[in-house]
Ligand binder design. Sequence first.
Ligand SMILES: Cc1cc2nc3c(=O)[nH]c(=O)nc-3n(C[C@H](O)[C@H](O)[C@H](O)COP(=O)(O)OP(=O)(O)OC[C@H]3O[C@@H](n4cnc5c(N)ncnc54)[C@H](O)[C@@H]3O)c2cc1C
Ligand code: SF4
Length: 489
Amino acid sequence: MRRRWLFGDQLGPAFLDAPDQPVLMIEAHSVLRRRAFHRQKAHLVLSAMRHRAAELGDRVVYLTTETYREGLAQIEEPLDVVQPTSWAALHLVDRLAAERDLQRLPARGYATSRADFARWADARGGKRLLMEDFYRDARRRLDVLMEGAEPVEGRWNFDADNREKPPKTATLGLAEPWWPTEDDIDAAVRDDLDRLEREGVRFVGEDAPRTFAVTRTEALAALDDFIEHRLPTFGRYEDAILTGDRWMAHSLLSAPVNLGLLEPHEEVDAAVEAYRDGAAPIAAVEGFVRQVIGWRDYIWHLYWYLGEDYRTMNHLQAEVDLPAWFTDLDPAGTEAACLSWALTSVRESGWAHHIPRLMVLGNYALQRGWSPQQLTDWFHRSFVDGYDWVMVPNVVGMSQHADGGVLATKPYVGGGNYINTMSDHCGNCVYDPKVRVGETACPFTAGYWMFLHRNRDRLAGNHRLTRSFTSLDRLSDLDQLIADNPDLT
Ligand SMILES: Cc1cc2nc3c(=O)[nH]c(=O)nc-3n(C[C@H](O)[C@H](O)[C@H](O)COP(=O)(O)OP(=O)(O)OC[C@H]3O[C@@H](n4cnc5c(N)ncnc54)[C@H](O)[C@@H]3O)c2cc1C
Ligand code: SF4
C-alpha cells in the first residue's frame, strides 16, 4: 500500500484507505511566514496535525520543514495524495506528480461527488446554478429528509419558520457550547508559535485557550453536544445577532469539518436522527441540513467549477485598500457598534457566525468598494475555518458580488435598518440606523445609499434592484449624502 501524503485539512479516517496505511505529513512553516494568519488559526491547524500524528504513531513520517518540496525530497518511496483543497495546492501536486511517483486521488470530505455536481450543473448549461436547486437535487440523490419522492412534511424549505429577529433577552439562554481541554500538544504548539513570533513571524488576533475541536474524538463530542443542546434552536435565530451571545445556537463545527475530522454525512445523519426521535423540530433540522449538504457542498463545487480565474473577478471595480485597523482586527478603529463587535469576535476567537460575516463585515466592505481580493485574503487569514476553496466563492461571489451575479442574483447589501432589526447593537451605538446624513448618520445606512449611487450603471440591469433604485431617486438629501461621503462616490 502506498504511503498517503496528508495535507493539514485531511485529518479524519476517511482520508486513509486502511487503518494501517503508512502516512506522510509535512508541517511547512513558509506558509506562516508569507501571510499574517490569526494566531488561533495557526494553533488550530498545527495542533490538529500533531494530534493526528500522535494517533498514527510510528505509521507516520512527520516532517517539519520550510516548504512541502523540502519535505518530499526526504521521502523516496511512492506516494499518493487525496486531491487538495486549493488550486495552488492542486498545481503543486500535479507538478510533483510529473517529477516523481505520486498518484492523485479524487477529493473526499464532501457529500456530493464532482461527477454528480458536474451532471447537475451541465444539465443547466452552466447557467442559473441556484443553491436551492442544487440542494433539492442533493436531498433527492442522497435521500435525506425524504418520504419517497417528496420532502418530509411536504416542504423543501423552512426559512419562513426560521430566521426570526433576536429575542429581547441578552442571550438565547442555551448551555455553553462544548469546549476542548488543552493538552501537552497544545502547550508545545503555543511554545513554537511564541518562538516563531520572536523570530519575526507576524500573527493577527489574540491567543486564547483553544475553542474548536482538533481530533476526531473532540469533533464527535462537539457534534453530540450541538445535536443535543443547540440544534433544536438552530434555525429559529440563525440570522440574529445578540451582543451578549457570540455563539448563539450555531454548531461551531465548520473548523473540524474543514479539517476533515468529520464527514458532512455524519453531521446530517445525527441531525436527521434527532428529528426522527422527536428531539428537534423539522425547521431546525432542515435549516442545518441545508447548510451542510446544501451551502457547504455548493460552495466547494463552485470553487472548482467556476475555474481558477473566478477569484480575480471584480465586476463592481472595487479597488480600495482595506484599512489597517480592519486588517489588524482593531475594534477601536470604528465607532460603529456592530462592526466593532464583529471585529472583536474575530480578534478574540477567529470566528463570527454567518450574519456578522455577511451583513456586517462583508456588507461594510462592499459599501466602501474595498478590493474583493484583499478581502478574500483577509477572511482566509483571520478565520479559523477559512480555506481558499470556501473563502473565494463566499467572499468574491456571495459577499462582494464581484462575479456580477453568478452566485447571488442580488448583492448582499443592507442599511442600518437591517442590522437594527436582526441585532441588539443599535441601541448601544453612537449612530442612529434611521439617519443617513449628518453627525449621527449610520455608516451602514449612508453606505447603502452610496453603494447604489456609485454602482447605478453597473447594476442597472439587475431587476431585483429596481425598487431600490426607485427609492434612491426619491431621496431628498442625496446631494447632502454625497457631500458627507466623498470617499464613497
Ligand atoms: C463572507 C463569508 C465568509 C465565509 N467564510 C467561511 C469559511 O472560510 N469557512 C467556512 O467553513 N464557512 C465560511 N462561511 C460560511 C459560514 O459563515 C460558516 O460556515 C459558519 O458561520 C461557521 O460556523 P458554524 O460551524 O457554527 O456554522 P453553522 O451556522 O452551525 O452552519 C453549519 C455548517 O454549515 C456549513 N456552511 C454553512 N454555510 C456555508 C457556506 N456559505 N460555505 C461553507 N460552509 C457553509 C459549515 O460547515 C457550518 O459548520 C462564510 C460565510 C460568509 C458570508
Ligand atoms: S446604528 Fe448603524 S453602525 Fe450603529 S450598530 Fe446600528 S447599524 Fe451598526
